[in-house]
Design a protein around this ligand. Structure first.
Ligand code: ATP
Ligand code: MG
Length: 236
């Protein structure tokens, strides 16, 4: 059971089963939302659960690590892109029984991601066709194409005869629309380093936090390089 609050001397706890349901933590600035989330994660971790904290800002992830018992830090991995060389290729296929289904699943998911990111009005049928056919062409080659490969294929740097023929049948300028959508991911060096590498290495993540000193060092590095992490422009 994870303790979430103490009210009038009585403890309010939440069961592991309930933790697996969704939670919405809302409150004014400084009322303890991040502290609550960090405490929940650390307590669940200490009870043997595998916890993943995804934090776009960084403070919550660092605070969570700080709250972990130092003796348990060897089982904690902080994948801070500013100081740890890791990658997550969203296009890499998971292990599969049926490759065709696995490929279509990833293509469907990544298309949905882009469509939501840019908005349906900017994701027309020709663009969608180039995007998806490009990915299918890349999966003919291997199980872990990257977004950069797709960019190179659509821009003609990677050769694929059938795909180039397909492109010729579509209105001119459609390829530019696809390239514009991919460009922020391919051109931003942080994003490229994380998502445009063939193999994911997070399955065997390097140990980022062996001791508290390393944690502080990571925080300082994060603060120094904050400017470099700015979100890519032209996302819309
Ligand atoms: N239950 C608590 N009892 C006492 N102090 C707390 C409690 N929870 C949080 N605090 C303290 O309150 C301060 C603000 O907490 P926290 O950063 O978690 O708030 P927040 O809601 O995430 O704020 P923000 O909206 O700015 O992100 C911190 O100094 C924290 O240590
Ligand atoms: Mg907060």
């Amino acid at each position: 059971m994870v303790l979430i609050a103490g009210i009038a001397g009585r403890a309010l706890r939440i069961s592991p089963e309930d933790l697996l349901q969704h939670q919405h933590v809302i409150g004014a600035t400084g009322t303890g939302k991040s502290t609550l989330l960090a405490n929940e994660a650390v307590q669940a971790f200490e009870e043997g659960a595998c916890c993943i904290v995804i934090d776009p800002h960084g403070n919550l992830a660092h605070d969570t690590v700080r709250a972990v018992n130092p003796a348990d830090l060897e089982n904690v991995f902080l994948l801070d892109p500013l100081r740890v060389n890791f990658s997550l290729n969203p296009l890499e296929l998971e292990s599969y029984d049926n490759r065709e289904i696995a490929v279509e699943k990833v293509i469907g998911e990544i298309t949905e991601f882009f469509r939501k990111l840019y908005g349906r009005q900017y994701w027309g049928p020709s663009l969608n066709r180039i995007f998806q056919e490009g990915l299918r062409a890349l999966y003919e080659r291997d199980d872990s194409p990257t977004m950069k490969d797709l960019y190179d294929l659509v821009s003609g740097k990677i050769n694929h005869r059938e795909f180039q023929e397909e492109l010729k049948r579509l209105p001119r300028g459609r390829t530019d629309a696809v390239l514009n959508k991919l460009a922020p991911f391919v051109n931003n060096r942080f994003l490229r380093r994380i998502i445009c590498r063939e193999k994911e290495i997070y399955r065997h993540p390097p140990r980022a936090y062996g001791e508290r000193g390393a944690c502080e060092e990571g925080l300082q590095a994060a603060q120094r390089s904050e400017g470099e992490m700015r979100e890519p422009r032209n996302l819309r």
